[in-house]
Design a protein around this ligand. Sequence first.
Ligand SMILES: [Zn+2]
Length: 223
Amino acid sequence: MMEDELRIQVFIDNDATVAGLAEYEFGSMKGCKSGILLTLGTGIGGGIVLNGEVYSGAHGVGSEIGHMIIGENFYNCNCGKNGCFETFASSTAIIRYTQKLIKDGNTDTIILQKVDGDLDKINAKIIFDSAKEGDRVAKMAVDRLVKYLVIGIFNIVNFMDPEVIALGGGISNAGEYLLNQVKEEFEKNKFFKTLPAANIVLAQFKNDAGILGAAMLGKHGIR
Ligand SMILES: [Zn+2]
């Protein structure tokens, strides 16, 4: 329909997939043969680059990394399943877990002051900032996110051993504070202790990755 209207060739792909393409062309995965971008936002998106091209599977519906099941959780995913990666390691996940902690009686937290007691005002930035300030409840929530994020990363590494895993999306705004914990947890538990493994890095383009990558689709000729 867009081609009829615009009279130019139009290329379409998934938002996380094209974000991965942007990181591959200009950013955190530049020069790599294989890499995965995890967009840690309200959900988790995956952008897979293999041999310089984005990979979405035989039917175009692969790379739904956010819905790989990695445990049992206290709430269901939007997709209807329980235990999806994105219910443990997205901004939605850390907000819901923090709200649960407080409702369960962990009220000795500066988070409550920051949101004037309104649990609906909690966001990922408030939680990470409070954890950096040493808040016990915020740290519990961050620890849980890191634990499951690394489980997800392990699955990816064991499955396809990419050169780079880049962390993007809103959660990656926690920056080095998050990255250092993820790398430490990864090193502690990795499968082949003495072999090199995927380099875990922060993605470069934040929210612009999708727009930049979409503009690259024409170049790669993906429909
Ligand atoms: Zn799901």
